[in-house]
Design a protein around this ligand. Structure first.
Ligand SMILES: O=c1ccn([C@H]2C[C@H](O)[C@@H](CO)O2)c(=O)[nH]1
Ligand SMILES: [Zn+2]
Length: 135
């Protein structure tokens, strides 16, 4: 699948966002190695902090179906520059993606910035950092 096709799927998810508070829609499309695509949108809540981002909605959908073979992720929002995923999402994505996994960040005007997981979250905390504390 082309990255442009994955980005258009992320735009579809962008249209499904539940954002009565911020009115800021985000869409994500997560391509699996199998070719299957999981879509995600941000889902807000009257208790603001329990809001979930589009990126985490998509990856949690895949994981809850038992699927871990991630290929690429596209994220879209109506931003000036391609939308940068938030810190919480970066940490969650880094738990499951390899350092080489590609993330296509984009906006509605067609600007695209493709980066690797390692570029999105360098020097990230990982399970291996806890090894020294094991008994
Ligand atoms: O990468 C991002 C950044 C923000 N949001 C959502 C969370 C909230 O609903 C709104 C404003 O922060 O955008 C995402 O879904 N993904
Ligand atoms: Zn986020």
């Amino acid at each position: 699948m082309e990255q442009t096709e994955l980005i258009s799927l992320a735009k579809e998810a962008h249209g499904k966002a539940y954002t009565p508070y911020s009115k800021f829609n985000v869409g994500a499309a997560l391509l699996m190695k199998s070719g299957k695509v999981y879509l995600g949108c941000n889902i807000e809540n009257a208790a603001y902090p329990v809001t979930i981002c589009a990126e985490r909605t998509a990856i949690f959908k895949a994981i809850s179906e038992g699927e871990y073979d991630f290929d690429q992720l596209a994220v879209v929002a109506d931003t000036e520059r391609p939308v940068p995923p938030c810190g919480s999402c970066r940490q969650v994505l880094s738990e499951f993606f390899t350092k080489e996994t590609l993330i296509h960040t984009s906006n509605l005007t067609g600007d695209i910035k493709t980066i690797t997981m390692e570029e999105l979250l360098p020097f990230s905390f990982a399970a291996s950092d806890m090894e020294k504390n094991k008994n």
